[in-house]
Design a protein around this ligand. Structure first.
Ligand code: TRP
Length: 545
């Protein structure tokens, strides 16, 4: 068999036009648009879930560089803002009379000295009693405290960073980009999915009477999973015994940027029955309380959310979300690939949502075929998605079962009753022993430069240390070999001093995040923000600081 035996053009039909649908359409049209006809059907009626989205650094390389779209160009279209990491607020137990506590989970890859990662030296020196591991090992925490941009005024990066944006606007932007490059867009509702004799997807029936067929179908229909789950019957593996949250109440809150500035990070603020995200953009921030319906009612969630931001219930236009945590047993079944919420989802605590989409698209391109599907390649694709998801679920779960909070039932159950995978148990045992959880990662450039490297070592040693030590969950003892390596330990002290110097310099040199974003958005475009959101509200002081 050869690869070009058939003259008829191959066809791909994407069902659903949210972020997943349009990212897939854009990527596939760039990768295979000259040999494959791509159509996307989206409903005019079904709203997209998009209340401020946080991303990770590889988005530019994996998606936008591939499409050839410079950062400033897309950022201007989607109210893009910078993110240097995540600030976790009140995740540690609060002692009597103590104020709010926080730690950062910054982006970036930590160096190793004589083959031993920097956090091992930090713990050897401090036993976790001094400043936090992230303040000792990364340059960016001081910049985040001072609300500095991760970019110099001329656009050069000082530290790795990702983005906050409005996912509706990203979908719109990529819709315009894709349709201008030959993707066919159909605005219509899907009312039925027919199977063929092989039990694969045969056609999609639309409300206005169309029958749409294709060689390959991509399910981007969100939590509904209309093709993969409903039509093909692929089981969804529910993982609520591993992550308890299943709901969210979300809204956009205006921000007085001139007075308060714009935080260059996502915040995750621990609550009674979950946590609240804060995603700052120009003029407003997106925020949602992610909670477990076993431990709070929707009314309680709304009340605690409004109390957190000092807003009145009637003033806020809530998006109320019920989500499923878990993944399809297989993401690719027969002639149907699920991408986005129809494939897998876990709470957005570590900003994995858009990453799951781009990683799945990247893997799809790597295993791409539209006919005579090779089971070996399809299985390989499915294994990659399974690994990606389960690995992220384990890491997010580690934020919960290591908790020192015992003030509500939600935190007590998290501490005592979650089901843990063997893999996360092994990692925690290594961490406790003082050993690195993962081998040191190569250079930052290589790591963020290719999805292949990052994909299989997604949570680096630094990721584990920042979060676990930040939560107050420490190794039992320092890494044993360091007791025999005084020379290496001495070298590490020079590195720690150098980081302190860089922190001071960055705080002095870098522009504020607000200044940088104001300049970016006024130069590139002024129409991206909705005027209603420009009403500032000074009363909304940054209560988390
Ligand atoms: N490999 C990812 C990165 O460094 C890990 C990651 C995902 C992450 N979400 C994060 C790191 C949030 C810091 C904060 O980008």
């Amino acid at each position: 068999m050869t690869n070009n035996e058939s003259e008829t053009p191959r066809t791909v039909l994407i069902a659903g036009g949210g972020t997943a649908g349009w990212m897939t359409a854009a990527y596939l049209s760039k990768a295979f648009g000259h040999t494959v006809n791509i159509t996307l059907i989206e409903s005019a009626a079904i709203p997209k879930i998009g209340v401020g989205e946080a991303t990770i650094p590889n988005l530019q390389k994996v998606l936008f560089d591939f499409l050839g779209i410079p950062e400033r160009e897309w950022m201007a279209q989607v109210n893009g803002a910078f993110k240097t990491g995540i600030r976790f607020v009140n995740w540690r137990k609060r002692e009597e009379g103590e104020g709010p506590n926080h730690f950062y989970h910054p982006f970036g890859v930590l160096p190793a000295i004589d083959g031993i990662p920097l956090p091992q030296y930090w713990f050897n020196d401090t036993l976790g009693r001094g400043e936090g591991v992230e303040y000792a090992c990364f340059r960016s925490p001081a910049m985040m405290d001072a609300m500095r941009s991760p970019r110099y005024a001329d656009g050069r990066p000082a530290v790795p960073s990702a983005w906050h944006f409005d996912a509706h606007l990203v979908a719109d932007f990529l819709m315009r980009w894709s349709t201008a490059r030959g993707v066919t867009r159909i605005v219509d509702d899907i009312v039925g999915v027919r199977l063929n004799e092989q039990g694969a997807i045969g056609s999609i029936e639309s409300k206005s009477g169309r029958t749409l067929t294709a060689d390959l179908f991509i399910d981007c229909t969100g939590f509904r999973g209309m093709l993969i789950n409903k039509a093909l019957g692929e089981p969804f593996i529910d993982m609520r015994s591993q992550l308890l949250c299943d709901s969210a109440v979300a809204a956009a809150i205006p921000n007085d940027d001139e007075t308060l500035g714009i935080e260059p990070y996502t915040s995750a603020i621990a609550m009674k029955a979950g946590w609240t995200w804060k995603i700052p953009m120009l003029g407003r921030f997106g925020s949602g309380y992610v909670y477990s319906s076993d431990f709070a009612t929707e009314d309680e969630a709304v009340r605690d959310y409004c109390a957190l931001w000092g807003v009145k219930e009637g003033q806020v236009n809530f998006n109320k979300i019920r989500f499923r945590t878990g993944r399809n047993r297989r993401a690719w079944v027969k002639n149907c690939v699920s991408i986005g919420l129809s494939s897998c989802f876990l709470e957005p605590l570590e900003s994995t949502g858009i990453y799951f989409i781009t990683a799945a698209i990247y893997q799809l391109a790597k295993h791409f075929q539209t006919r005579d599907f090779d089971p070996v390649m399809v299985d390989q694709f499915n294994r990659e998605i399974e690994f990606m998801y389960d690995d992220c679920r384990d890491f997010v779960q580690a934020h919960y079962f290591t908790t020192t909070r015992e003030d509500t039932e939600f935190w007590r159950v998290n501490k005592n009753e979650l089901t843990l995978s063997d893999s996360i148990r092994d990692k925690m045992a290594l961490y406790k022993s003082g050993m690195p959880v993962n081998p040191p990662t190569s250079s930052e450039e290589d790591y963020y430069g290719s999805l292949d490297q990052e994909f299989h070592n997604f949570w680096t040693n630094g990721n584990y240390y920042c979060v676990l030590a930040g939560l107050g969950y420490l190794p039992d003892r320092p890494y044993a070999p360091l007791a025999y390596l005084p020379e290496s330990v001495r070298k590490s002290r020079d590195v720690f001093r150098q980081i302190k110097r860089q922190q001071r310099e960055s705080v002095e040199e870098m522009p504020s995040n607000f200044e940088y974003l104001r300049e970016l958005h006024s130069k590139e475009n002024s129409g991206a923000r909705s005027p209603a959101l420009r009403n500032s509200n000074t009363a909304l002081a940054a209560t988390t600081r």
